[in-house]
Write a protein that binds this ligand. Structure first.
Ligand code: MOS
Length: 739
């Protein structure tokens, strides 16, 4: 019997074999006739203007076809588009090569195009520029004097009750400054674009991004194309985590070069150039927490500042998460940004929450110690079924179960609360915990399900799979809905010409697309039934739709499985070569607006600290996750593992180290910008607690892409305190801070 997976089955990735055998082509791997290669030349100063640029030697280099600079680039609508504003995912990035202005170190100043990558790279080394330098600042502390709250964020800067009085009367309180370093985006696949120039006024753009249609709209607008003349394909994406929500600058450069030279062009960023675009902003946050004798929070005051660039205002929700998780009568919330001379920051896995909730949860740990209560007990004492800021009830919130199950699996009961009290051999051992919270989102999505005469079911949508498992779960949902084995499902996504789907972002894709696929398959099932019901001499006899089931490639009568018809025969019966149905999900209709929607996690961490060297190892992590229904426990677990590993990086390693005199990131390579490698990752235990939810989304799914990082960094930081007795309020915690 063939296996028909359905929702809840731990199916292995359907695209796994394609990926490991190299058959899955990424943006920088597509071939085109007469393909040219572009290599980016980056600015050497952080601010000023280009006094002169000399590309003559590059132009004389064998194999170099052209060098694009602000002096000779073609005029396209992009350069006339309005400058600045919010760094929305629907807005094009900073207009590179528009003029001689330099606004950050590493800003592209030229694109050398050659007949081979090597020729272009050789040419790029020979481009020289001189600059008129201007004063710059890349230090957030030094920019705090110019902090401001952007208009759209002002409404979140709330004052409720009386923080001063409440904290004066508190049983325990803490007041401290916390920090998170600027982090860089480092998916395995670097940003790349291949523009295929067809010569008939149309182009195909293979681009690394998180939304084929968003990229299509951006690029079409910027370069004067439309949906008939420019299409975007992003079939395979090697991780993105927010860095591809809007197409990155190499896509614009590849388009510019293709238009100028009327040729196909590929531009791939180097790992070092990956440090010259979106990143998680640095954050400085002042936190006051106070609680009463029962350990209930009585005051929360948060003043947070994140960095942005000089030319766009990127904002995050830093201050909302703690007060959402833990209702509190006295609140003072104040968020602002300060501009520094860097590229514009952008979304990076759980943007806002990864920063805001992790810092908040370190403060919560401090409050637990100030009050003399177990850190888990403090969270439980402040648990609420209501959203702390809006007061709305939740569609579902199994966080208490997550606390209980996580603590049980981790063995939290065995913990000695005293810092420096636990040891493993010669090492200090510490146990810490934290709460995680993230949004549960439904975005617009649609899908088409087509069954052909061979019995192959194809699911088509413009949706993207950024490595998260979209292909797999879409196939799985379709297989379950129409009773087909996985081998008979094809998933066609990552193509802007297919039925519309929003960005793969905000952990929304499984929730939204999953429901659209299920709905499209449900419609198709009904069409198949109707086709049989209307036929003369139906092999099923007279039955109602609710009396049949789809199983093993057949539609059959539930009570009498001997009465069946093969799905291929139904297609034949229809007289066409295939049958298809399309369906959409609309957040306004398919998800409630009168209730709060979040995912939650309880994260427990064990660290071991070498007392002489200050080296910290995260020897155990337990994440108990409440995220609605889990479509695929295997791929969902992988998402949580990935988030947790990024949490280890955030807690102990990731930091953009600037030389502020140069305004330049000095550790701009993966040798020096540390991210966790296998040797840094020990046991990670993931458990999904049951969380039935019928109001959040049609399938009861909430999404798991981001929740794994929220709380993890704090749990580790809190474990470091428990191990060492030393409270570090700055992430990452590096060994110099522990000695
Ligand atoms: Mo994610 S930061 O929503 O791509």
């Amino acid at each position: 019997m063939t296996i028909q997976p359905s929702i809840g089955t731990p199916v292995s990735r359907v695209d796994g074999a394609m990926k490991v055998t190299g058959h899955a082509l990424y943006a920088g791997e597509h071939q085109a006739r007469g393909l040219l290669y572009g290599v980016v030349v980056s600015a050497a100063v952080a601010r000023g203007r280009i006094a002169s640029i000399d590309a003559s030697r590059a132009r004389r280099t064998e194999g170099v076809v052209e060098v694009l600079t602000h002096e000779n680039r073609p005029q396209v609508p992009w350069f006339d588009m309005e400058e600045g504003g919010s760094a929305d995912t629907t807005k094009p990035p900073f207009r590179i090569l528009r003029d001689d202005d330099i606004l950050f170190s590493g800003q592209p100043i030229a694109l050398v195009v050659g007949t081979s990558f090597e020729a272009a790279r050789r040419g790029a080394m020979l481009v020289t520029a001189s600059y008129e330098k201007a004063d710059h600042n890349t230090c957030l502390d030094a920019a705090l004097a110019h902090r401001y709250t952007p208009e759209k964020k002002k409404k979140n800067n709330t004052i409720k009750g009386d923080v001063a009085t409440a904290s004066a009367q508190a049983a325990a309180k803490i007041e401290q400054r916390y920090r998170l370093a600027m982090e860089q985006h480092h998916p395995m696949e670097m940003h790349a674009t291949t523009v295929e120039w067809h010569g008939d006024g149309t182009v195909t753009v293979y681009d690394k991004n998180q939304g084929s249609q968003n990229a299509q709209e951006q690029l079409a607008q910027a370069f004067g194309y439309d949906s008939d003349t420019l299409k975007v394909l992003n079939s395979y994406v090697g991780g993105a985590f927010g860095s591809g929500l809007r197409p990155a600058y190499q896509a614009y450069l590849a388009m510019l070069a293709a238009i100028m030279l009327k040729r196909s062009v590929r531009v791939t960023l180097t790992r070092q150039q990956m440090f010259t675009h979106v990143h998680r902003p640095a954050c400085i946050e002042d936190i006051i927490l106070a609680c009463d004798g029962e350990s209930k929070l009585t005051a929360i005051a948060l003043k947070a500042t994140t960095s942005t660039s000089q030319f766009e205002t990127y904002t995050e929700n830093i201050i909302g998460w703690g007060p959402t998780a833990y209702p509190c009568a006295n609140l003072r919330l104040d968020y602002g940004v300060a501009a520094i001379d860097t590229p514009t920051p952008g979304n990076m896995r759980a943007p806002g929450a990864a920063t805001g909730m992790n810092l908040f949860e370190i403060a919560m740990d401090e409050l637990a110690y100030a009050k003399g209560i177990d850190p888990l007990a403090l969270r439980q004492a402040n648990y609420s079924d209501m959203h702390g800021l809006t007061g709305l009830p939740y569609t579902s919130k199994a966080l208490m179960d997550a606390y209980r199950e996580g603590a049980e699996r981790f063995g939290w009961r065995e913990r000695n609360r005293e810092p420096r009290s636990m040891r493993a051999g010669a090492e200090l051992m510490g146990w810490g915990m934290a709460t995680g919270i993230w949004d549960a989102l439904v975005l617009k999505a649609s899908a088409r399900a087509t069954l052909d005469e061979r019995g192959i079911l194809t699911i088509a949508s413009a949706a993207s799979d950024i490595g998260t498992g979209t292909y797999t779960i879409m196939a799985q949902i379709a297989a379950g809905a129409l009773g087909l084995p996985l081998e008979r499902i094809q998933v066609s996504i990552g193509d802007s010409t297919l039925p519309p789907a929003a960005l793969e972002g905000g952990s929304s894709m499984a929730t939204s697309m999953g429901a659209a696929v299920d709905r499209a398959c449900g419609k198709l099932a009904k069409r198949l039934f109707d086709t049989v019901a209307q036929a003369k001499d139906s092999p099923l006899g007279i039955v109602r739709f609710d009396e049949v089931e789809f199983c093993e490639g057949r539609m059959r009568v539930i009570e009498d499985p001997a009465r069946f018809i093969d799905l291929r025969d139904i297609v034949a019966l229809s007289g066409a070569s295939s049958m298809n149905c399309e369906a959409s999900i609309d957040p306004k209709k398919d998800s409630t607006n009168s209730k709060a929607k979040n995912t939650h996690a309880a994260v427990f961490a064990e660290v071991r600290v070498d007392q002489e060297l200050g080296i910290v190892r995260v020897t155990r992590l337990t994440l108990a996750v409440a995220a609605g229904r889990i479509i695929n426990p295997k791929t969902a677990r992988s998402q949580i593992l990935g988030g947790a590993v990024m949490g280890i990086g955030m807690a102990l390693q990731e930091k953009s180290l600037f030389d502020h005199r140069l305004g330049r990131i000095m550790n701009h390579s993966l040798a020096e910008y540390h991210i966790p490698c296998n040797a840094d990752v020990y046991d990670i235990d993931v458990v999904f607690v049951e969380e039935p939810d019928s109001e959040m989304s049609p399938l009861g799914v909430k999404g798991v892409g981001e929740i794994g990082i929220v709380g993890t960094a704090a749990a580790i930081a809190n474990a470091v305190y428990h191990a060492t007795g030393k409270r570090v309020r700055e992430l990452p915690i590096t060994l110099d801070m522990l000695l």
